[in-house]
Design a protein around this ligand. Structure first.
Ligand SMILES: C[S@@+](CC[C@H](N)C(=O)[O-])C[C@H]1O[C@@H](n2cnc3c(N)ncnc32)[C@H](O)[C@@H]1O
Length: 191
């Protein structure tokens, strides 16, 4: 299959698909972390019509999430600039969801109701795929089956504990936190 992994610089999902023999490419405005030649460094909008069979997309969530929404009404007054950024993020999200690609999976945290995104198809957890962490992640699916758990971990750690891998990273902290969990990437490629 010809697979586009949109908004990915880590190569995690791209490589999970390539290992299974798919013609998978990542795309991000950032360069790839692994210097892969199978990466487009550009606005993904410009390559959506390149004949893909499947797209997995990880669009930016900073202004769309429930967590981000607490900054929308500081002192009970709407932060208009933040709201406009959220609406821009929503337009990008919808553009990906409506792309002319037969199979689509969009991944994002739980969205704030303020932006009224379409309902997600399911949510997944790292602990369902071999990692000892909870981090609820929603999937919007088009022509794809629900992702099934591959390896449920019962002994879980909180991602909120200071000093664990999730909170380390100094200047790369934000980048580390945005990376897809390997177990979820592998499950996507397998299923
Ligand atoms: C939440 S991060 C996803 C990271 C991903 N899970 C990974 O493992 O690399 C969102 C990414 O979207 C990228 N991005 C934002 N707008 C984009 C666009 N128009 N075209 C391509 N990538 C874009 C950002 O640079 C950022 O790396």
């Amino acid at each position: 299959m010809k697979v586009l992994v949109a908004c990915e610089y880590s190569g995690t999902v791209r490589e999970a698909f390539r290992k299974l023999g798919h013609d998978a490419w990542s795309c991000d405005i950032l360069p790839p972390d692994d210097n892969s030649e199978f990466h487009y460094q550009c606005d993904v909008s410009s390559i959506l019509n390149n004949g893909w069979d499947l797209m997995i997309a990880h669009p930016p969530c900073t202004y769309l999430t429930n967590a981000g929404a607490v900054h929308l009404y500081p002192k009970k007054v709407l932060n208009e600039e933040r709201y406009l950024k959220g609406m821009e993020a929503k337009r990008f999200f919808i553009k990906l969801l409506k792309a002319d690609i037969p199979k689509i999976c969009i991944e994002n945290p739980i969205p704030s109701k303020v932006f009224a995104l379409p309902p997600y198809s399911q949510f997944v957890q790292p602990f369902e795929h071999g990692h000892p962490f909870s981090k609820k992640t929603c999937l919007w699916l088009k022509n794809l089956p629900i992702l099934k758990p591959t390896n449920i971990v019962t002994d879980r750690q909180s991602t909120k504990i200071a000093g664990n891998w999730f909170n380390k990273g100094g200047k790369d902290r934000q980048k580390n936190r945005a990376k897809t969990f390997q177990g979820i990437a592998d499950a996507m490629a397998q299923q």
